[in-house]
Design a protein around this ligand. Sequence first.
Ligand SMILES: [Zn+2]
Length: 131
Amino acid sequence: MNRVTDMPLLVESFPLVHPEGMRWMQLSVECARCSHEIPNSHVRGRVTFIPARKGFWARLTRKTRPSTFALNALGLCEPCRLLTPFRYQLHSDSTMTGEHPVTGKEETWKGYTPEPSPTAWDRVQKDSFDD
Ligand SMILES: [Zn+2]
């Protein structure tokens, strides 16, 4: 399992549905070099569900958190012949955290207007709220 093509298409894991009700309908990712959107057919990877941490001990230690989908994926940009890695955590409060593919900085994207990169993520998050 160490070749990219052995991994399932990421889109096959969608929609991601949290027990709390939040749904992520799709995810658009873009190339770290040219910033063009990478088609779903070229994004492969895995999604791991991490249950919410709640209850007495979590509250006592202030370590509660909502359930999370952890994404670990690679997107291939054909024009650049470049693989961009994506490691994101999608939370049931509609925030997404992870390393920005271009800046490499740890970022949090929230609600309808993700900052600091108003790109494809807009559409992702809007879609997530469409019922
Ligand atoms: Zn590219």
